[in-house]
Design a protein around this ligand. Structure first.
Ligand SMILES: [Zn+2]
Length: 315
């Protein structure tokens, strides 16, 4: 399904994907199809399985993740299938990560309990004349069986019986990490300090904003200073008592980065040359620097950096 649904625009997915699904799988006896899903809702995790003869909802003991719930649902379905006569069954899940983990032969440190069970189960039943392809289907695209499994998974999370399992110690790490991140996010949202930076990077992350970008160290330095609103222009120096003026040397404006980039007459000549280049790249002028940074529009950030370097203003 991955290949077939690639490139379908978002607004057409709910209309087109069910048609593709039906054309590919309509020949299959619906009793041989199992839809599985995992869900996390209101800090609870559950899984659901839907088949013509089976509707299952379970809750997982916390800490649990959607990924573990997806694996639990696949495992449960296999344990139902193994009680049926050998045949060609289909298992549909919307979890690519679960499918990849099941297909992978790589040795996995701290393998989730259900993943080991699934592999054992598949080994046994595939040696007994069963065929069970595990097929990915896109979530939330109006595929009726997937929607039913999703509802069952949510119901399981909210009011299902606990499905017993051993909890690996590393699952507690992940829960504690989630709680720490949530608490960090909450304090970042309500703090009084760093509001400029918050407007640019509202969502906390353990990864630096420049991770994975092919940019120079100086680019990172300059952009980070602009993001933090701590730079060597008088607007900031005044705030920390190192300047006594809030007027640019040109006499016409507040000496912050927006003034320097967009209006300061001192840099008119350099700016007019660069504006042509910016327009050819489809960039509007007079966009607040904060917005350029917040959009993380890298080409525009590079133009901004080039301008700052061209005018020789230390940042
Ligand atoms: Zn000026």
């Amino acid at each position: 399904m991955q290949r077939e649904v690639r490139g379908i625009p978002e607004h057409l997915r709910s209309m087109e994907i069910p048609k593709i699904f039906t054309s590919k799988f309509r020949h299959i006896d619906s009793e041989k199809i199992f839809y599985t899903d995992g869900s996390r809702i209101e800090e609870a995790t559950g899984f659901g399985i839907f088949n013509n003869n089976v509707s299952v909802s379970f809750k997982l003991q916390e800490p649990a993740s959607v990924y573990i719930a997806e694996l639990a649902a696949v495992h449960y379905s296999l344990s139902v299938i193994v009680t049926l006569s050998p045949n060609h069954y289909f298992l549909f899940t919307d979890s690519l990560s679960a499918i990849e983990a099941i297909r992978s032969n790589a040795a996995c440190k701290n393998e989730p309990f259900f993943l080991g069970k699934i592999k054992q189960c598949l080994n046994v039943i595939l040696n007994n004349s069963y065929q069970i392809p595990i097929v990915w289907v896109p979530a939330h695209c109006s595929i009726p069986g997937n929607e039913r499994a999703d509802i069952l998974a949510k119901r399981g999370a909210i009011e299902g019986e606990i499905y017993e399992r051993p909890i690996a110690f590393n699952e507690f790490y992940s829960a504690s990490r989630q709680r720490t991140l949530a608490s960090w996010q909450a304090s970042w949202d309500k703090d009084d300090l760093g509001r400029w930076m918050h407007s640019i990077i509202p969502k906390i992350s353990t990864k630096a904003w420049f991770r994975g970008l092919d940019v120079s160290r100086d680019f990172i330095r300059v952009m980070s200073r602009l993001m933090s609103n701590h730079y060597t222009l008088d607007a900031h120096l005044l705030r920390i008592g190192l300047s006594e003026t809030n007027h640019c040397a040109c006499g016409e404006g507040y000496p912050d980065i927006d003034h320097v980039v967009w209006t300061c007459v001192e840099y008119r000549d350099v700016r007019s040359q660069l504006l042509n280049c910016w327009r050819t790249q489809g960039r509007l002028s007079n966009v607040p620097v904060r917005d350029i940074l917040a959009c993380r529009d890298l080409p525009y950030m590079k133009l901004l950096y080039h301008f700052i370097k061209s005018i020789g203003v230390p940042i």
